[in-house]
Design a protein. Structure first.
Length: 264
C-alpha cells in the first residue's frame, strides 16, 4: 500500500489515537480533527487519499460532513465508522457516497486492507471463483462476540479476559461497552468459574463442564494446546483464503486503463 495523506475525524480519544498510531507506524501521514465543523473549516480535502469519519460527532455529524465533502470533491474516499450502527444510517452513508460503513470495534488490519483495495484497484465484474474456499470456522469465539456486541472475533488466549487481552481491556475501558447488559452474564460466568476451578473453555459452549486440573496454567494443559492448535489452523486458513481472494482480484482488475494508440 503506497503511503497516503489521511484524515481522521473522531472525537473519542482512544479510537483517534489508535487510528493515528496504527497508520503512522506504517508510514502514512495522518491528520486529525475532533469534530465535523473543525474538519470542514480547517482542511482542504483534495490533500487526502482517504478520510475516516465517525458517525456521531460534536456539532455536525459524520453524514453531514460526508455530504459536504462529496459535494465539493466527488472523488473523495470516505469511510464512516460508528459504535452505533443501524440499517438506516448505513443506507444513508452509502447513498451520500461513503465507500464503506464500518462498525466499531474492528480490526485495524481489515481497515488497512479495505483502504488499500480502494486506493489501488478498480474492481470489474468477474465470474465467481470456481475453486472451493476452505471453510473458516470460529474456534473459541470471544465472549464479546458471544454476547453479540461485536460481529466476529476469535479468542486466542483461552478466555484469559484480563490485562493479558488488550482487546478485552480496551472494551472494558469504555463505559458504553463495560456496562452493556449483554456482556454481564459472561463476565459473571468467568468470575464464577475462576472461583470454582472450572475450565475456561466451557465459556464457548463446546464443553458443558470440565474441572481445571492445572490451576489455570493453560500452557501445561493438553486440552488448551489442542484448542490452540485448532485456533492457529483456522487463522492460517483465514490468511490463505484472504491471499487467494487477493490473487483472484489481482488477476481480474484494471489498475489503470491505458489509452489506445492510433497510427495516422
Amino acid at each position: 500500500m503506497k503511503k497516503e495523506n489521511m484524515l481522521v475525524v473522531e472525537d473519542e480519544e482512544i479510537m483517534r489515537d489508535a487510528l493515528v498510531d496504527y497508520f503512522s507506524d506504517t508510514g502514512h501521514k495522518v491528520d486529525t480533527a475532533t469534530d465535523g465543523d473543525k474538519a470542514l473549516e480547517n482542511y482542504n480535502f483534495n490533500d487526502y487519499g482517504v478520510m475516516i469519519i465517525d458517525l456521531r460527532l460534536p456539532g455536525r455529524d459524520g453524514l453531514s460532513v460526508l455530504e459536504e465533502i462529496k459535494s465539493k470533491h466527488p472523488d473523495a474516499k470516505v469511510i464512516i465508522i460508528t459504535a452505533y450502527p443501524s440499517v438506516e444510517t448505513e443506507k444513508e452513508a452509502m447513498r451520500r457516497g461513503a465507500i464503506e460503513y464500518l462498525q466499531k470495534p474492528f480490526e485495524m488490519s481489515y481497515l488497512e486492507t479495505l483502504i488499500r483495495q480502494t486506493l489501488e484497484v478498480e474492481i470489474v465484474p468477474t465470474p465467481p471463483v470456481e475453486e472451493p474456499v476452505i471453510e473458516d470456522k470460529i474456534i473459541a469465539p470471544c465472549i464479546w462476540m458471544q454476547a453479540g456486541i461485536i460481529p466476529k472475533r476469535r479468542c486466542t488466549l483461552g478466555y484469559q479476559c484480563s490485562n493479558a487481552c488488550n482487546f478485552h481491556v480496551a472494551m472494558m475501558s469504555k463505559e458504553k461497552f463495560s456496562s452493556d447488559p449483554r456482556i454481564k452474564p459472561f463476565l459473571d460466568k468467568l468470575a464464577f468459574q475462576s472461583g470454582r476451578n472450572e475450565c475456561r473453555y466451557t465459556m464457548s459452549g463446546e464443553i458443558s463442564t470440565r474441572a481445571c486440573s492445572q490451576i489455570y496454567q493453560c500452557e501445561n494443559c493438553e486440552l488448551h494446546q489442542t484448542i490452540q492448535d485448532e485456533v492457529d489452523r483456522q487463522i492460517a486458513i483465514q490468511k490463505e483464503n484472504r491471499k487467494k481472494l487477493q490473487e483472484k482480484l489481482a488477476s481480474d482488475i484494471i489498475v489503470k486503463q491505458k489509452p489506445i494508440r492510433t497510427d495516422h
